[in-house]
Write a protein that binds this ligand. Structure first.
Ligand code: 6GU
Length: 241
């Protein structure tokens, strides 16, 4: 996958891609990230990227010409998704991440200031994405969130790819609790079942914990799932205790 990031602050993006899984996946060649400064596509002496909003009001708007030129220089094809990171976009989900992970070419446009000229959205942007209901000072950190989420599921990213999809239930529910050594710490013991070596029981315990935890913390997720009778029993039993 080729991923081009257009931003006024490449220095936010570049260092964050040089560690961990994102570094590894780039070294494998599965992911090529190029970061470009939109200012490099200005043509005036002052390298102007923004201007006052027509109609008045506070804040500056990113001008269309440099962004049109920059996107054009990225040679988008039919399979290119041109994504504008904005709080007005659709809220990011794992299923959007999965959809983007099978594209061959992504272009991210990071906004700053009050936003971008509407004609950029109308003519070249194919998707607008938000990472949540709060406002960041620019799209760069949102772009990094997206790059991380996509990068970690590309083939070859996880040393043990299975660890992302280990449990059959892990895509529907929040994760179950984890323990490592020591077996007792600050008076708290590791649940007996995890020491038993009984794989079926361990699986069942993790599954139960994941469901209970999801119901407690994210009733919105539970409400949108078709729970099996077994899962409903688990929740009923938990309520009784
Ligand atoms: Cl994608 N950009 C900005 N500036 N703020 C945000 C966001 C994006 N997603 C949530 N807040």
């Amino acid at each position: 996958m080729k991923l081009d990031v257009l931003t006024l602050f490449p220095q936010i993006i570049t260092p964050a891609l040089q560690t961990g899984i994102l570094k590894r996946i780039q070294e494998s060649g599965e992911l090529v990230v190029n970061t470009y400064n939109i200012r490099d596509w200005t043509t005036d002496r002052h390298k102007t990227v923004d201007d006052y909003p027509y109609g008045g009001g506070a804040g500056m708007i990113l001008k269309p010409e440099p962004i049109f030129s920059a996107v054009s220089a990225m040679h988008p094809t039919e399979d290119t998704e041109i994504i504008y990171l904005t709080p007005q976009g659709v809220p990011l989900t794992q299923s959007i991440v999965e959809g983007l992970s099978i594209k061959s070419h992504l272009i991210f446009i990071c906004g700053r200031y009050k936003g971008i000229d509407e004609r950029i959205r109308k003519k070249i942007v194919t998707k607008e994405i938000s990472i949540g209901d709060y406002v960041l000072s620019g799209g760069e950190i949102a772009a990094l969130v997206l790059i991380d989420a996509i990068g970690r599921i590309l083939p070859g990213a996880l040393g043990d790819f299975e660890s992302a999809h280990e449990d059959s239930f892990s895509k529907d529910f929040l994760d179950h609790p984890h323990y490592t050594r020591p077996v007792e710490f600050e008076g708290m013991k590791v649940p007996e079942v995890l020491l038993s070596g009984h794989h079926e029981n361990i699986k069942k315990w993790r599954y139960t914990q994941a469901i209970i935890r999801t119901a407690e913390r994210r009733p919105d997720i539970i409400k949108n799932l078709e729970l099996t009778d077994e899962e409903l029993d688990i929740l009923r039993e938990d309520k009784n205790n």
